[in-house]
Design a protein around this ligand. Structure first.
Ligand SMILES: Nc1ncnc2c1ncn2[C@@H]1O[C@H](COP(=O)(O)OP(=O)(O)OP(=O)(O)O)[C@@H](O)[C@H]1O
Ligand code: SF4
Ligand SMILES: [Mg+2]
Length: 331
């Protein structure tokens, strides 16, 4: 079953210098039990897309879409209140900024217990506090925290970044969401803890069938843990499809460059050889090129690229480029 189905999501902000379009007609879908990676350089709009899905962007942002449905229900037709209720029940998000999820002034145990919906606690009302605590402990065990007593009695600042991230994951899964959005869940963690957390998210997907949208600027880790991939550049969706197929044969020059910049994907690269990088840097939203936003950095750019490419489809592989790398020898 299709859970999330978004077509042409656009997110704009009115600034003193005029309207900026931070996310430009991005389409994204997720089926039940699917894992999808959302990758792109810093500033490409990944967090804005995630926040628009869960409805936490403030009113300064203008959000429009041609389609935004959740489990077949048109979210553009329901009231804001209803949308909040539905999304709040079914979708959980682990935020990139830990401060958004953990209150520094409350004990971890209290925060975790509060995140458990009463509807998920069986039993009489007088049993609920006990059941709530029991469930909180079970959640900590699920995310790999054994020393629950100590952790429940601590304030976030007394815990390591890795433990805080695990607590945030426990809070996110407390309501058994159908979709878990993890926005850079491992930033600032050392690599073994990073791998542990990715494996943990993968286990929720395999054991509970939870769909996962894994957001990161690191293509390598996202590719390892997801079935499908969406690549953003500067607020535009450049490519999307099966992760293995994209890694094997990307159609878009940006995805191609992204893959070539990861040493693990270049087994033939001689030691100490420089990694491939596109010339230039990602433009600011105030100085976007017209048409394809990759234009000034793209080795394949031609005059047609001043027109914004549409999202094209070849079987289940989507790309927006006037001159895709459809033949291997073009790469
Ligand atoms: N509150 C804001 N005010 C103005 N511009 C913003 C605001 N939040 C985000 N932006 C801009 O919108 C664009 C997309 O931001 P977003 O945070 O979605 O990027 P991202 O892909 O998540 O980057 P990162 O990998 O650094 O988290 C960026 O250019 C950013 O500067
Ligand atoms: S549309 Fe043109 S500029 Fe954009 S990625 Fe394709 S070839 Fe490059
Ligand atoms: Mg972000």
């Amino acid at each position: 079953m299709l859970l999330l189905d978004i077509k042409n999501l656009t997110i704009e902000l009115e600034t003193p210098d005029g309207l900026i379009r931070a996310v430009d007609r991005v389409s994204l879908s997720l089926r039940e039990g699917e894992t999808r990676g959302l990758v792109g350089e810093s500033g490409s709009g990944k967090s804005l897309v995630a926040k628009a899905i869960v409805g936490v962007l403030n009113r300064r942002w203008r959000i429009t879409a041609d389609r935004f449905s959740w489990m077949g229900q048109d979210m553009l037709q329901v009231s804001a209140e209803q949308r909040r209720k539905i999304i709040g029940r079914d979708i959980a998000m682990i935020y990139q900024e830990p401060s958004r999820s953990l209150d520094p002034t409350a004990l971890v145990g209290e925060q975790l217990e509060e995140a458990i919906p009463t509807s998920l606690l069986d039993g009489y009302w007088w049993q609920k506090p006990f059941l709530r605590k029991k469930k909180a402990i079970a959640l900590l065990h699920k995310v790999g925290i054994r020393d629950h007593q100590n952790i429940m009695q601590s304030y976030p600042y007394q815990l390591s970044e890795g433990i805080c991230q695990k607590v945030m994951i426990a809070m996110a899964i407390a309501k058994n969401p159908k979709l878990l959005i993890a926005d850079e869940p491992t930033t600032a963690l050392e690599s073994t803890t990073q791998a542990q957390l990715f494996r943990l998210l993968a286990s929720f997907n395999q054991l509970k069938g939870m769909a996962i949208l894994l957001i990161s600027h690191e293509l390598e880790s996202v590719a390892r843990y997801t079935q499908n991939l969406s690549v953003l550049y500067c607020g535009q969706l450049v490519e999307s499809g099966d992760t293995t197929a994209i890694l094997k044969h990307p159609f878009h020059p940006y995805t191609h460059a992204l893959i070539k910049s990861v040493p693990e994907f270049q087994p033939d690269l001689l030691p100490k050889s420089p990694l491939y990088a596109l010339p230039g840097s990602i433009p600011t939203l105030q100085h976007l090129p017209i048409g394809c936003r990759l234009g000034p950095r793209c080795p394949n750019a031609r005059k047609e690229c001043v027109k914004t490419p549409n999202l094209e489809r070849l079987q289940n592989h989507y790309y927006s480029c006037h001159f895709p790398l459809l033949k291997r020898d073009e790469s």
